[in-house]
Design a protein around this ligand. Structure first.
Ligand code: ZN
Length: 297
C-alpha cells in the first residue's frame, strides 16, 4: 500500500521518469480563468455543440442508465441554474483548445450532463455519447481535473466515433506492450484494497505508478488497461501548458515520450490545424478563446 501513497519519498529522491502528477488535484480553475457565461454559450453554439441537461432529454429517449437518474417514468432531476452555468463555462473553456470545426468535422454535436454524486464522466460505446457528471461543476473554482475529464472522455469518444480514432487505437495496441491480464487483476485487487483510502483523498487517479510501471504509464489509472492508458495520455496533454512542458521536460521514459507523440499526432489527423505550431503556442500559454480566429500560419 505504501507504494501508492502520495509524495512517496523514494520517488522523489530517485531518478523518477514519471512527472509528479499528484499536485494536479490541488490546482483549480478560478472564476477569472473560466470564460464568462455569454461568451461560453456563444462558443458552444458556434462549435456546433448542444449541451443536454437531464431536463432536455426527450421522453422515451434512451440514455445511459448506469449510475444515473434515468428511469423511464422518473422525472428528471432539477439542476440549479448556477450549476448549469458553471458547467457551460467549464466545458466551453476546454472546447477552445480545439479548432472551431473540430467537433463538426468529427461528427460530434452533443454532450450529455448527468445528475450524479460521482465525479467524472464516461462514454457509452453503443450510443456513442459522452456523459459528464454535474458533480464536476457544482461550484467554482472548478478542480483542474474536471477540465482534464472533458479531454479524457472526448478521446474515448473520438476513438469509437472516428476512423482516425479507431486507427489510433489499433496502432497503439500494436506499438505498446499490452497490459497483461494478470497485472490488470493485481491492479484491480490493489486498487480495491486501497480504494477507500484514495477515494477519501481523491488522488488514486493521478498517482504515479510504482517503480516498474512508471516507465510505461503516466499515472496509476493509465495502467488499468490500454483504453484508459490512451485516454489518460491524451487527456493529460490538455491539463495545462505547464503540465505538458514539465511532462515532456522531466520524463526520461522513451515509452511515455512515444505515447505522448502518438497522441499529438492523432489530434493532427483529426484536425490538421492542431499541428506543431499549435502545440508550441499552447506550451507558451497562447491558446485562448480568440486563438483560432487570430492565429497566423
Ligand atoms: Zn476513461
Amino acid at each position: 500500500m505504501e507504494k501508492f501513497s502520495k509524495g512517496n519519498t523514494e520517488d522523489k529522491i530517485s531518478d523518477s521518469p514519471a512527472v509528479e502528477t499528484t499536485d494536479l488535484d490541488l490546482r483549480t480553475l478560478k472564476d477569472s480563468e473560466l470564460l464568462p457565461i455569454e461568451q461560453a454559450k456563444e462558443i458552444i453554439s458556434r462549435y456546433g455543440i448542444k449541451i443536454i441537461f437531464p431536463s432536455d432529454v426527450k421522453r422515451g429517449e434512451r440514455v445511459a442508465k448506469s449510475f444515473l437518474w434515468m428511469d423511464e417514468d422518473a422525472k428528471p432531476p432539477v439542476i440549479p441554474d448556477k450549476e448549469k452555468e458553471n458547467c457551460i463555462r467549464g466545458i466551453a473553456s476546454e472546447m477552445i483548445m480545439y479548432p472551431e470545426e473540430f467537433f463538426r468535422s468529427n461528427g460530434i454535436n452533443k454532450f450529455y450532463i448527468i445528475s450524479s454524486e460521482i465525479q467524472g464522466g464516461f462514454v457509452d460505446t453503443i450510443s456513442k455519447r459522452l456523459y459528464l457528471s454535474i458533480e464536476n461543476y457544482r461550484s467554482i473554482p472548478l478542480k483542474v481535473r474536471e477540465g482534464f475529464t472533458f479531454h479524457h472522455e472526448l478521446l474515448h469518444l473520438l476513438e469509437i466515433a472516428t476512423p482516425q480514432g479507431r486507427e489510433f487505437k489499433k496502432t497503439w495496441n500494436l506499438e505498446f506492450p499490452r497490459i497483461s491480464t494478470l497485472k490488470q487483476i493485481i491492479f484491480k485487487i490493489l486498487g480495491k484494497a486501497v480504494g477507500d483510502e484514495f477515494d477519501k483523498r481523491k488522488e488514486k487517479f493521478w498517482e504515479i505508478p510504482s517503480s516498474e510501471w512508471k516507465k510505461k504509464y503516466l499515472s496509476n489509472y493509465s495502467a488499468l488497461n490500454e483504453k484508459e492508458d490512451r485516454a489518460m495520455t491524451a487527456g493529460l496533454l490538455f491539463v495545462s501548458p505547464e503540465y505538458m512542458m514539465n511532462t515532456l521536460a522531466k520524463n526520461t521514459s522513451e515509452i511515455i515520450k512515444r505515447k505522448l507523440s502518438y497522441a499529438i499526432s492523432l489530434y493532427y489527423k483529426l484536425s490538421p490545424k492542431m499541428d506543431a505550431g499549435f502545440w508550441a503556442d499552447y506550451a507558451m500559454g497562447k491558446v485562448d478563446a480568440n486563438y483560432w480566429r487570430t492565429r497566423r500560419y
